[in-house]
Design a protein around this ligand. Structure first.
Ligand code: ADP
Ligand code: ADP
Ligand code: ZN
Length: 216
């Protein structure tokens, strides 16, 4: 099964991708996570990507397509995968179509997570993750059960992304509306687009997504 989670920054793609991965074993491929790993490792690609990411701009198609095309060749992707944050431009989408057809694979569904821009700023600026296991939290929407203690691993250190600030979010939202939103008619035409109400609670969104995935 090959699924794309499509939505603006803060829509809940990562949160839902982790849940789907836990439930169905479908592997989560997040270009954002891969790029942050490259930045952290100070690779050549990471050094170039960092400038774009810090400015809230999209990294070049060439870089992200290169990263994804290498990643989906790996053994653990054989049974399918869940793309979180890729593709983000029509050029990336057409490159993905070519990659999949070369491997005789088909895209099953593109799930659009619809969230109002106003809610997105709050979601992104309140987001943090466990520094040990990467579990995601939010200042008001999703706090750990024990104050300052990760529910999953008991760690007490958390990270906030450098790009999760108000100014960068505005620029990332602009990039979403101008460069990523054209993917909606693209996938609608291909007959694979499904929508979920991303304004609903996290559990409710999971329910909506599972109802779509149950058809495959
Ligand atoms: P969010 O979770 O807020 O949607 P991501 O973690 O997916 O953000 O991405 C963080 C940043 O990484 C983006 O702002 C962009 O600079 C870069 N990035 C991630 N995926 C892509 C992509 N498919 N194309 C271009 N840039 C990307
Ligand atoms: P994305 O990967 O699309 O950028 P995330 O999954 O990281 O988004 O979610 C952004 C923030 O919003 C996180 O702090 C997360 O806990 C919170 N969040 C995710 N989904 C919801 C929801 N349905 N309602 C309220 N908060 C949410
Ligand atoms: Zn943890």
């Amino acid at each position: 099964m090959i699924i794309i989670l499509l939505g603006p920054p803060g829509a809940g793609k990562g949160t839902q991708a982790q849940r789907i991965q836990k439930k169905s074993g479908l592997i989560q491929l997040s270009t954002g996570d891969m790029l942050r790993a490259a930045v952290h490792a100070k690779t050549k690609v990471g050094m170039i990507a960092k400038e774009y990411m810090d400015a809230g701009k999209l990294v070049t198609d060439e870089i992200v397509v290169g990263i994804i095309s290498e990643r989906i060749m790996e053994e653990d992707c054989r049974k399918g995968f869940l793309l979180d944050g890729f593709p983000r431009t029509v050029k990336q989408a057409t490159a993905l179509d070519v990659m999949l057809s070369e491997k005789s694979l088909t895209l099953d569904a593109v799930i659009e997570m619809r969230v109002n821009d106003d809610a997105l700023v709050d979601r992104v600026t309140g987001r943090y993750t466990c520094s040990e296991c990467n579990e995601g939290y939010h200042d008001s929407n999703l706090k750990p059960k024990g104050d300052g203690i990760c529910d999953v691993c008991g760690n007490t250190n958390f990270n906030r992304r450098a790009d999760d600030n108000r100014e960068t979010v505005v620029s990332r939202l602009e990039a979403y509306h101008s460069l990523t939103a054209p993917l909606l008619p693209y996938y609608e035409k291909a007959g694979v687009l499904k929508g979920v109400d991303g304004m609903a609670s996290i559990d409710d969104v999971t329910f909506q997504i599972n109802a779509i995935l149950d058809n495959f």
